[in-house]
Design a protein around this ligand. Structure first.
Ligand code: BG6
Length: 487
């Protein structure tokens, strides 16, 4: 049964990679599930001239392969009926009135979602042109894809321009990690149970590790990536959002602003990493030739469209601290990298050792006293602790309690984009970043970015297919701890 209102989804960048790989497949899944209102239309916009039939051929070639559906399947046939195409150059004001005509100008009750899957430099002109045609009334929502800016100033400039034409509650800033089922489950686990909350503080937690590792390299995105790097691509947004989910206080309610207020407090409490702290608290790495999936792969500098002397980081690790009563003194180690041994995202909570060992085992027994929350590819929670070894005497051994979260519910799991797109159509802002959150995240990473930019030394090399440079292990060993997989 449809659960969205009638809508028009306008895709700026409709012929681009994101539309083909993520947005259209997500809309299709929602359509197949019957969640989209029957009167929901999708209008793809592209700069190059083309007909609807030509666009549908592109969708057939580039979007359908991301889905398990035959071209002849009635669900697919029904979905493509929703799609239309219009040529529009986002930088030309004169191209916008035909968009207004397509939308029919008059019915202001209907939800219009403008998804800006374009380069961020086009966000401000698109919003201005939409407003000039009256397409900024209360039922129009704009979705802004990351990266939102290149640094704090550019992100603020974009936000200020967009805010001239749209109210904050019309603006949906995407961080697709927030749409992942497993990330939302973090809130459920923390705030739905009494078990964890009393332990979730500096008295009991020694440190926290958050990893987002990818086995892929830059996959044909060399031009974008070389200007971006892992810090802007992953740390400023996804890793910091995960940190917020781990560290935030219970919100007063599940209202969008109640949740976002708590996340903002965490971002504002992050202890600044100043220029002098950068060498000690951060690691900037870049992969060299190695192997991925058993096959040899080139180094980052040999990737297409990457400068042969590029200093861009493909790996970042940071030691962060949240200066609050709950977390003071607890290090949060965050890392993300391309060409690591596997694709995984996980949060590891390391609890403090027992104050006194009664069993003749060192209080820091390796691998225990940990809770591992695996976010992807599997969704799993494991609690590692000590239990008695069977038999004579009182010897303990490490053991674990494993919960496969996928097996706890057999309902279909929506992809992050599907969930987020449905939320936009329904007008639910909770999983999107508010302007002040984004600014706080940029403000915190800015000194690291600036220091790295001034520093002409080489990023630390790591071989493709490994867990990053040696400096990443050293970052933790200074606190007497080690990355989860090294224990
Ligand atoms: C995107 C980054 O935001 O997230 C990509 O731009 C990265 O570089 C991707 O590959 C990872 O997302 P996921 O959902 O595959 O972990």
């Amino acid at each position: 049964m449809s659960t969205t209102p009638a809508f028009d989804m306008v895709l700026f960048g409709g012929t681009g990679d994101l539309a083909m790989r993520k947005i259209l497949p997500a809309l299709f899944e929602a359509h197949r599930e019957g969640t989209l209102h029957p009167d929901g239309r999708i209008l793809a916009l592209g700069r190059a001239a083309g007909s609807r039939a030509e666009y549908l051929q592109q969708v057939e070639r580039q979007a359908r392969p991301h889905l398990r559906v035959d071209a002849a399947d009635p669900a697919w046939q029904g979905f493509v009926q929703r799609i239309d195409f219009l040529q529009l150059d986002a930088s030309r004001a004169e191209d916008f009135p035909p968009l207004g005509d397509w939308l029919g100008n008059a019915p202001r009750q209907r939800v219009v979602v403008c998804y800006l899957a374009t380069a961020p430099r086009l966000f401000a002109p698109i919003c201005a042109h939409l407003a000039a045609c009256g397409l900024n009334h209360g039922n129009v929502r704009v979705v802004l894809e990351k990266p939102l800016g290149h640094d704090w100033a550019s992100s603020e400039a974009i936000n200020a321009e967009v805010a001239r034409h749209f109210q904050e509650q019309q603006i949906y800033r995407i961080d697709h990690y927030l749409g992942k089922e497993s990330v939302q489950n973090l809130m459920a686990i923390r705030f739905g149970n009494v078990l964890f909350e009393p332990l979730w503080r500096r008295e009991w937690i020694d440190h926290v590790q958050i990893t987002i590792a990818e086995d892929l390299g830059v996959e044909g995105r060399g031009e974008f990536y070389d200007k971006t790097g892992a810090l802007r691509d992953m740390l400023q947004n996804h890793l910091l959002q995960l940190l917020c989910m781990v560290a935030m206080e219970p919100p007063a309610s599940l209202d969008a602003d109640a949740i976002r207020d708590e996340k903002l407090k965490v971002l504002k409490s992050l202890k600044p990493i100043r220029e002098d702290d950068v060498p000690r608290c951060t690691v900037r790495g870049q992969y060299r030739a190695g192997a991925a999936g058993g096959q040899p792969v080139v180094g980052y500098r040999q990737e297409p469209a990457v400068a042969a002397d590029s200093l861009t980081e493909t790996f970042v690790a940071v030691r962060a601290e949240v200066a609050s009563w709950r977390w003071s003194g607890v290090p949060f180690f965050l890392r993300s990298g391309k060409r690591m041994p596997e694709r995984l995202a996980e949060i590891v909570i390391h609890f403090r050792p027992v104050p006194l060992s009664l069993f003749g085992m060192p209080s820091t027994t390796q691998g225990v006293n940990r809770m591992v929350i695996r976010l992807q590819p599997e969704e799993r929670i494991s609690l590692h602790f000590l239990a008695k070894q069977a038999g004579d005497g009182m010897r303990l051994q490490p053991t674990s309690l494993d919960l496969d979260l996928l097996s706890t519910s057999h309902r279909r799991r929506a992809d992050a984009y599907e969930r987020l797109l449905l939320d936009v159509i329904r007008g639910q802002l909770g999983l999107f970043m508010r302007r002040d959150e984004l600014a706080a995240a940029w403000r915190w990473v800015e000194p690291i970015l600036e220091t790295w930019e001034r520093d002409a030394s080489q990023p630390k090399a790591y071989t493709a297919g490994t867990w990053g440079p040696a400096a990443s292990s050293a970052l933790l060993s200074r606190d007497g701890v080690a990355w989860h997989e090294e224990i």
